[in-house]
Design a protein around this ligand. Structure first.
Ligand code: AP5
Length: 210
């Protein structure tokens, strides 16, 4: 199954992508994670994306479209994939269609903006392996260290309150129109995402069975 997860920054796309990945054994592809990895490794892509990402803006369409094209051509996507954070603009969705990629379902995880601010201010990520935690909702059992690899947990640069405000603005302007795009295509399911992780996961898994 080929899936797209839509939703505001901090709606829980990454969290739910992991759940679906475990259940369906298909890769979760996060453009955000691919760009952060490039940044960490100091590649040309990382350098190109840095200023956009730090400011909470979108990286130019042609850059992310090229990333996705290359990633979807890999062997592990043959039996399906989850796109987390792509597409984020109507031109990105059109590019996916133009590549001949068939999307079976699009899940839009809806969470009010006030809840988003709270979630992102408490998020911590491992600077070594990228695992994601929350100080209240998903703490690491090792305090400031990662449960998975022992790496240091840090605050993402774009999780600062002012940057989150900008990311939400960009989301409402550029990404929300994708709900209509996929609703018209008969592919959209809206998931209420403001409750606990397990409750959202139950709704997500139910939507996949429908
Ligand atoms: P990206 O990394 O994709 O960031 P995002 O979409 O803003 O999403 P987040 O990772 O912030 O949130 P999420 O929805 O995955 O939430 P999570 O599960 O972590 O992109 C970053 C940047 O890269 C962009 O700003 C842009 O510059 C660039 N970029 C990426 N893709 C692009 C594209 N296609 N085009 C252009 N530019 C692009 O949850 C958040 C927190 O809440 C966690 O701490 C989690 O533990 C907690 N949490 C999750 N669910 C719950 C729950 N139900 N209850 C309580 N806490 C919860």
């Amino acid at each position: 199954m080929n899936l797209i997860l839509l939703g505001a920054p901090g709606a829980g796309k990454g969290t739910q992508a992991e759940v679906i990945c475990d259940k369906l054994q298909i890769p979760a592809i996060s453009t955000g994670n691919i760009i952060r990895e490039a940044l960490k490794n100091g590649t040309e892509l990382g350098q190109k994306a840095k200023s956009y990402m730090d400011a909470g803006s979108l990286v130019p369409d042609e850059v992310v479209i090229a990333i996705i094209k290359e990633r979807l051509a890999q062997e592990d996507c043959k039996n399906g994939f989850i796109l987390d954070g792509f597409p984020r603009t109507v031109p990105q969705a059109e590019a996916l269609d133009a590549m001949g990629v068939v999307i079976h379902k699009v899940l839009d995880i809806e969470v009010p903006d006030e809840t988003i601010q709270k979630r992102l201010s408490g998020r911590r990520v491992c600077e070594s392996c990228g695992a994601s935690y929350h100080v209240d909702f998903k703490p690491s059992s090792k305090g400031e260290m990662c449960d998975k690899c022992g790496g240091k947990l840090v605050i993402r640069k774009d999780d600062q309150p002012e940057t989150v405000k900008e990311r939400l603005k960009v989301y409402h302007e550029s990404t929300e129109p994708l709900c209509d795009y996929y609703r018209k295509a008969g592919k959209l399911t809206v998931i209420e995402g403001q409750e606990e992780v397990a409750q959202t996961s139950a709704l997500v898994l139910k939507a996949l069975e429908a």
